[in-house]
Design a protein around this ligand. Structure first.
Ligand SMILES: Nc1ncnc2c1ncn2[C@@H]1O[C@H](COP(=O)(O)OP(=O)(O)OP(=O)(O)O)[C@@H](O)[C@H]1O
Ligand SMILES: [Mg+2]
Length: 215
């Protein structure tokens, strides 16, 4: 894999972070090239969510370098960074209001057509736009969070266990959506437990050292 910074992707090197007095990340590395789907596979508790949160500066590591398109993310305004690097959280929170309110949050120019397109790409029918977000199931919330991220057209999209709450068919649809995003030049990275899903839908399957794990 070539230098992702040249291709405009995200690169994390030697990231260290202690939490609660313990090293959670101890020299983590990750490359998220644009135009490809990367799957981050590591055991529960290994630090995948923590690393993804460092990549868009919801957390700042104690040491290490994170670059977006060759530029240190510490030099990028956090709002701009989070617009360019979307993160779909492992347990997404819904804002009060409808699904439409959630998908179009802080996007005043979003049309009903934009919202419907994002919902469909996330595996939800258009009619979901009018639903009260508070009443959604876990899998529906996961897809609304994906639609919210898609509607922002990020350069890099990070997804933390995007299919954990989904049935196999819906998960496969999400996999195809991620493929289409990568084909459009987005750098996609999903943290996943489901190794067969990762192998089917990702171009690269790596651990927290950015290397292919042993089969
Ligand atoms: N705020 C915190 N304070 C103390 N420890 C923390 C904190 N946040 C995370 N940790 C610890 O850091 C480790 C890594 O957590 P993280 O959520 O990144 O793992 P993960 O690889 O995403 O796991 P999973 O696959 O279960 O989602 C865990 O042992 C967790 O308990
Ligand atoms: Mg996690």
């Amino acid at each position: 894999m070539g230098d992702s910074s040249e291709a405009g992707g995200l690169t994390a090197r030697d990231v260290r972070l202690a939490r609660g007095g313990r090293a959670v990340l101890d020299g983590a590395r990750l490359t998220v090239p644009r135009g490809a789907v990367t799957a981050l596979v590591a055991p529960s508790g290994a630090g995948k969510s923590t690393l993804l949160r460092c990549l868009n500066r919801l957390l700042d590591p104690d040491a290490g370098t994170i670059e977006l398109a060759g530029r240190n993310v510490r030099g990028i305004d956090p709002r701009e960074l989070r617009r360019r690097v979307g993160l779909v959280a492992q347990t997404p929170t819904m804002l009060p209001g409808t699904v439409r309110d959630n998908v179009a949050y802080a996007l005043p120019a979003a049309t009903d057509g934009d919202v419907a397109r994002a919902l469909r790409a996330a595996g939800l029918p258009d009619a979901f736009a009018g639903r009260d977000a508070a009443g959604l199931s876990g899998g529906e919330r996961a897809r609304v969070a994906l639609a919210r991220a898609l509607s922002r057209a990020p350069e890099v999209l990070l997804l933390d266990e995007p299919t954990a709450a989904l049935d196999a068919d819906t998960a496969a649809l999400v996999g195809r959506t991620l493929r289409a995003l990568a084909d459009d030049g987005v750098g996609v990275c999903m943290a996943v437990h489901d190794v067969p899903f990762a192998r089917e839908h990702a171009d690269r399957v790596v651990g927290l050292d950015d290397r292919e794990p042993p089969r």
